[in-house]
Design a protein around this ligand. Structure first.
Ligand code: SF4
Length: 328
């Protein structure tokens, strides 16, 4: 994999903003580049600290870490702008340098029946957009980019928890095509009803998301039933600024009215180890990243639900409404 770290942008912005001390956040796959990036920043006379916390998404802005360290700028690599805070943030999106020709040609075999295609990309492929649009237009396909809605930074940009922009164009397209990885395309398949295909640049394949939704729905229906039967419930919130999908207070009140014992739990990052010692809890509801419950529930020893699913379990929403609005 070859990445372009937008070195010129980084240096130009740092010269303009003149910070004395910065906190740098790197996505997991890019942490190996820390020494290189450190040299670039130190050469400008700026003190640099790298966050060792995991940085799964744009929501994982190291705000509290930056406050504790007293830095005057956060440099957040690998994601587009998601949040603004009282501490300035410099977002460096990173470009993934690839030759997409083979995959674009290959995708036509899967898109034969479809004329109008809803298209979304993960941020590191944004620089390829114009070329991709031209390719499909020359093949007599119409490309409609997903809308810039919610916390999405650009038309066509995709995030694992923000699918309103795809839903907004769903009626106009025959299928969706996602350029990125499975995380985004599985999310899309859970959010929309039209067929979803992935240009999987990391495995050099085109994949259909057919059947994924049905499999996940079966697991989610079981988790919802478990919450209905549970006596002791734990509601987990993460302290990340960008992650609060639903209200813990609202659920505590509703669940208590149904004679359940409920506790509210706060943590920096939800992991199976961190909840293991809450032995007496039968079911957890997490208000952090909805993808933890949807994609990773097999890693947890107890059932774990999203806010939307909890609403179904307590009778505030029907299963049909959940399916209509999409799991994410
Ligand atoms: S909440 Fe989850 S899906 Fe959304 S940006 Fe954060 S890590 Fe990604």
């Amino acid at each position: 994999m070859v990445f372009d770290f937008e070195k010129e942008k980084l240096i130009a912005e740092l010269k303009k903003r003149k910070p004395k001390k910065v906190l740098v956040q790197l996505p997991e796959g890019i942490k190996k580049e820390a020494s290189k990036i450190s040299k670039l920043i130190e050469a400008l006379g700026i003190e640099v600290i790298f966050s060792g916390q995991t940085c799964w998404g744009a929501c994982s802005l190291a705000y509290f870490e930056a406050k504790a360290l007293g830095v005057d700028l956060i440099v957040h690599f690998g994601h587009a702008e998601f949040l603004r805070t009282d501490i300035p943030v410099l977002y460096i999106e990173i470009k993934d340098i690839l030759n997409l020709n083979f995959l674009l040609e290959k995708s036509l075999e899967y898109l034969k029946k479809y004329k109008t295609i809803g298209f979304s990309y993960s941020i590191q492929h944004r620089h390829e957009l114009e070329k991709i649009q031209k390719f499909y237009e020359n093949k007599n396909k119409k490309i409609i980019l997903s809308k810039k809605l919610g916390k999405i930074a650009y038309e066509g940009h995709i995030l694992g928890c923000q699918y309103e922009g795809l839903k907004a164009i769903e009626k106009k397209v025959n299928c969706f095509l996602i350029l990125g990885n499975e995380f985004h395309s599985i999310g899309a398949a859970l959010a929309v009803k039209k067929p979803v295909f992935l240009i999987d640049v990391y495995n050099n394949k085109i994949k259909t998301m057919e059947g994924i939704k049905e499999k996940v729905l079966k697991q989610r229906a079981i988790a919802i039933e478990k919450l209905k039967e549970a006596k002791n419930v734990g509601i987990i919130s993460e302290i990340k600024l960008g992650q609060l999908f639903g209200s813990a207070k609202y659920l505590v009140e509703k669940l208590k009215k149904q004679n359940k014992n409920v506790i509210s739990i706060s943590m920096d990052e939800l992991t199976p180890e961190k909840i293991m010692n809450f032995y007496d809890i039968d079911v957890f509801i997490e208000l952090a990243c909805p993808r933890i419950a949807l994609d990773d529930s097999a890693r947890y020893s107890k059932p774990i639900l999203t806010f939307k699913e909890a609403l179904v379990a307590i009778g505030e929403k029907s299963w049909k409404e959940l399916l209509e609005s999409g799991l994410i």
